[in-house]
Design a protein around this ligand. Sequence first.
Ligand code: MEV
Length: 429
Amino acid sequence: MAIRDSRIPGFYNLPLASRRQELADRGPATLQELALFDAGGLDRATADRMVENAIGVYSLPLGMGLNFQVNGRDYAVPMAVEEPSVIAAASNAARMVRAGGGFHGEADEPVMTAQVELLDVPNVERAEARILAEKAAILDLANLIIPRMVERGGGAREIQVRVPSRDYGGEAGRVVVHVHIDCRDAMGANLLNTVAEGLANRLAQLSGGRAGLRILTNLSDRRLIRLRASVPAALLATETVTGPVAAEAIAGASRFADDDPYRAATHNKGIMNGVDAVVIATGNDWRGVEAGAHAFAATSGRYRPLSRWWVGSDGALKGELIMPMAVGTVGGTLGVHAGARLAQRMLGVEASSTLALVIGAVGMASNLAALRALATEGIQRGHMACHRRATSEIPVLPEPPETPSGTSSANRPPRTPPAGTPTSAEGLT
Ligand code: MEV
């Protein structure tokens, strides 16, 4: 069940059990349900069925990203991530965006693309013409392969014929057929691969060549999300920097990412800190989302930032994020992973497009928090406060035995926290 108000002041300072109680009181899940996360939301027997050679279950911390408002609706967002400060920073930035009206955005129709590679095509122009002339029949054939998706309102929408050697150079005689398929609320990978394999013979026949690879592309550039945010400059002030100066500095940091692929990579990593945490918590394929994000970032021919920030004519900081977001709310891991299912239920999203927008908002919040810190006081102060909090509360692990090469524990720094370790970090709610 969705939360009505994702603003929960003081949540950070509560003990873990009381945070669960807060969530139970506010509706997203009962205490009994939340106990599922004691063991990572996945039991050993299920893990054994999910992968090969299983020896156990590997856990990550699960926290709640708070203060999110997307298209006027509140979301408390489950985030699975090992890095301290990511959840705090995203929640803090979401609070600032909330004060500016929240995140707003749109998602494309959930269309993914399957690729069928055709090789040794004797005449690529003729193959292209023949395949396009058969377009309607090919789409019908594709839809016969996925009747249940068609029943749910999805299905094959369009055929496109590409000749990579024409666009990028490379091997002659290769034609690539793209089949664009509306996957509704599924991520769609299995569905797309089934269609690609089911169409391959017919397409090879039409082309006069032979079928090569048949698989989806993770550059899902027909399944984009577009999000916007606005933050009143005063809210961006830090101890040492005024709000308007911080807003200008964040805009400058954004231009740096636009101008330099080396910076763009790190800028986008800051976005993916938030994105991946939600993608993982909700049982989605984060490798696919990562691959899509970075390929999309490079489509102009140069690797670029997925988001941009600038100062608007009203003096507020404005931001925009555009990126692919291939995630589902049904099927895949969700069929087996109880924790992922519960995380999705707590979020209260049903449509994959809504989940995609919430994930984008968390990415954008993570990005804003990082840029604000970097462009004002530097990242280390808040980051290290969270790191110190983390290490101060973790029992010191037993030292590994001495290695034959003689590396002894005496040479390693102690893991005890420094004196004066803060118990809270900047930006927590
Ligand atoms: C660290 O996990 C993420 C940042 O490097 C992102 C950025 O530089 O924008 C702080």
